[in-house]
Design a protein. Sequence first.
Length: 188
Amino acid sequence: MLEPTTLPGVQIITPRVFADNRGAFCETYNADTLAALGIDTVFVQDNQSWSHDAGTIRGLHFQTPPSAQAKLVRVLVGEIWDVAVDIRAGSPTYGQWTGVTLSAGNNRQLLIPAGFLHGFVTRVPDCLVAYKCSNVYAPACEGAVRFDDPDLAIDWGIPAADAVLSDKDAAAGSFADLKTPFTYEASA
C-alpha cells in the first residue's frame, strides 16, 4: 500500500503482512512491486542504527550531489517519529516538514527522495532502524541541519533539552545558513 504525505515525493509504504499461528511474514522490499507503483529508485547500500535511549535524535541529515541519497526507512525493533524536510530550492513546500510514526508493529516504511533532510527520534528504548540508500555514504558530501531549528519548528514530541544527540548533530548548522544544492523540478 502506498500513501502520500504532505510533501510530494515523500511516501509511506506499508507492505502486506501475512499472519498465522506461527507469527507473520512480509516482503519488505521488492523492486518490481515498487516499480509497478511508480517508484524506480535503485538502492545500493543498506544501513542499520541501534539507539539505546528513548529521545535519541539522529538528524537532520542529507548528502549533496553527486552523492545525494534517497532513503527507504523502516523499524525492526521499537518505534520512531521519522521526519523529512523539503530543501529543494524553488519547491512550493521548501522548508516544510512531515512526520510519520514507524514501528516494528505497524510495518510502515518511509520513502524519502534526494533533496530532503531526514531525521528521526526514538520513542522507546532500544530501537533498531534499517534503511536503504540510493547512493553510498560519502563523507565529503554529507550535511546536516540542527534538529531544533526554530525556522523549521519540527515537533519531535520531546523537549529539545531532553534530546540525546551525537556531537556532530549537536554542532549542525541552522536552516537559514543552508545553501541547498537541490533544485525543485516540477512534473510535466
